[in-house]
Write a new protein. Structure first.
Length: 226
């Protein structure tokens, strides 16, 4: 069955370009041009990925992202204006999985989409193994896709969850930002390494005091300290 993608953008040219490009890759694509329509469509149908513009009339893309993340774990790829670092960081903080800056090439967008969907499939395969990892009060149940800190559930985005499982698989090992990003996207291609820092920062905050176990190794990357 082909993957189903929702494209949300108020620019007809962007909608046509992205929809055409994704359909050529074999994806089933729906499109809407405003935030309210995006929420209605996402609630009415099951999508494997949402491509979401930040600047939308009415309900903003950020509000759409925030609302969807509170209701679902559907992967979200946001579109932002070039060099709009604030949009990028905020989008990742509220649950987006990745971002693409305008103007962009379809090759780049398709690469991001493939990576996110492939990662989703791998996560589900890992969950079927029923493995439980526990380090210093942080417990990850892969079968249930559940994270507990001192017995209390913690809600993570798909990217934050995948980052945490990587660090917990090999406590004390130092991972470079590039290695982390390659793992997140299951690809030799990596996004802007600032994305890695944003995901680490968000993960630390959500884990509370246990987040201090994610140590920064200056000039190299990050590790989980037991």
């Amino acid at each position: 069955m082909s993957k189903r993608i929702l494209v949300v953008d108020d620019e007809p040219g962007i909608v046509d370009l992205v929809s055409y490009g994704l359909r050529r890759e074999g994806y089933d694509v729906d499109a809407v041009t405003d935030g309210e329509g995006a929420l209605a469509r996402a609630r009415d149908a099951a999508y494997d990925l949402i491509v979401l513009d930040v600047m939308l009339p009415g309900v903003s893309g950020m509000d759409v992202c925030r609302t969807l993340r509170s209701e679902s774990d559907v992967p979200i790829l946001i579109l932002t204006a070039r060099d709009a670092e604030v949009d990028t960081v905020v989008g990742l903080e509220i649950g987006a999985d990745d971002y693409v800056t305008k103007p962009f090439s379809m090759a780049e967008l398709v690469s991001r989409v493939r990576a996110i969907l492939r990662r989703r499939t791998l996560d589900r395969s890992a969950a079927a193994g029923g493995v439980v990892r526990e380090v210093g009060g942080i417990r990850v149940d892969l079968a249930r896709h559940e994270v507990l800190v001192d017995g209390e559930p913690v809600a993570l985005t798909p990217s934050e969850y995948r980052l945490l499982t990587l660090l917990m698989n090999e406590p004390h090992r130092v991972f470079t930002r590039r290695q982390i990003m390659q793992h997140l996207w299951d690809s030799a291609w990596v996004a802007d390494e600032r994305t890695c820092d944003a995901h680490v920062s968000n993960l630390r905050r959500k884990l509370g005091p246990a987040g201090d176990r994610i140590a920064t190794v200056r000039g190299v990357g990050y590790k989980l300290a037991v």
